[in-house]
Design a protein around this ligand. Structure first.
Ligand code: PLP
Length: 256
């Protein structure tokens, strides 16, 4: 579901400044290819790690490949607080000081503003909770991966299951299957009181503000097909095998 590196170059124009690599659902994007293309075109790479805390490629964590990695601590994320929060990681002193400035209304000295900034300070109470949860994130991610393997074992011959390339560590923020009869599967699960979610029903280029820039259906056919076929199944570290058996049994029954 991540960016297809074969299609990046034809999308680059003289106005392109950066490649934004989104590590969707918890799997790292193909960073070696992305970095190589970026360097050939003099572009920077920014990583969206919101769904991929702890994911890695050959042991190297996401967020450390590009000039900056952006994380979300929204409660539903693998490392979630109990309110909004986030983090930017970078090796660049320049980016670090700019981000520190912007998060506090671009103000270093009280009531003096150097730029147009935001209120993006992380509350102390969120930070305290996140520090406790941080100690458990590797265990929780491993439990998610275990549940993902079990789903794949049960569903592998029925639907398209997530593929984890060699050397990649997937943290399964979502376990997302793909099937042309997605809506029927979703309805059947719903009828059994099992929730499943379509991430995302309307692709970004078809959202109102971007449509107004002239994008329309057919512009991103792969994205649009994915939006019709994807379904994220229940996934969390404490999902039981009995629950997974039941979910998969409903899917099997629906497709048989
Ligand atoms: C891939 C991705 N990027 C960015 C965000 C935005 O994160 P936040 O809501 O913390 O700004 C999210 C959150 O849903 C996300 O899933």
């Amino acid at each position: 579901f991540n960016i297809n590196p074969d299609l990046i170059e034809e999308a680059i124009t003289e106005r392109t400044k950066a490649i934004l690599a989104v590590h969707l659902y918890g799997l790292a994007a193909p960073m070696d290819r992305i970095l190589e293309i970026a360097s050939r075109h003099g572009l920077v790479v920014i990583e969206d790690c919101a769904q991929a805390f702890g994911a890695s490629i050959n042991g190297k964590k996401v967020g450390t490949f590009g000039v900056a990695g952006c994380y979300s601590f929204y409660p539903s994320k693998n490392l979630g607080g109990f309110g909004d929060g986030g983090m930017v990681v970078t090796n660049s002193d320049e980016i670090a000081s700019k981000v520190r400035l912007l998060r506090n209304h671009a103000s270093q000295k009280s009531y003096l503003h150097e730029d147009i900034g935001y209120n993006s300070r992380l509350d102390e109470i969120q930070a305290a909770l996140l520090l406790v949860r941080l100690k458990r994130i590797d265990r929780d991610n491993a439990l998610r991966a275990e549940r993902a393997r079990y789903y794949t074992k049960l569903l592998g011959s029925l639907v398209r299951c997530p593929h984890v390339p060699e050397g990649y560590s997937h943290v399964f923020h979502q376990y997302t299957i793909r099937h042309p009869e997605r809506d029927r599967i979703k309805e059947a699960l719903e009828a059994e009181g099992i929730s499943s979610v379509v991430y995302y029903p309307v692709p970004m280029h078809l959202q109102k503000p971007l449509r107004e820039l002239g994008y329309k259906e057919g512009f991103l056919p792969e994205t649009e097909r994915a939006a019709r076929e994807v379904l994220s199944l229940p996934m969390h570290p404490f999902l039981s095998q009995t629950e997974q058996d039941r979910i998969c049994e409903v899917i099997e029954r629906t497709l048989s």
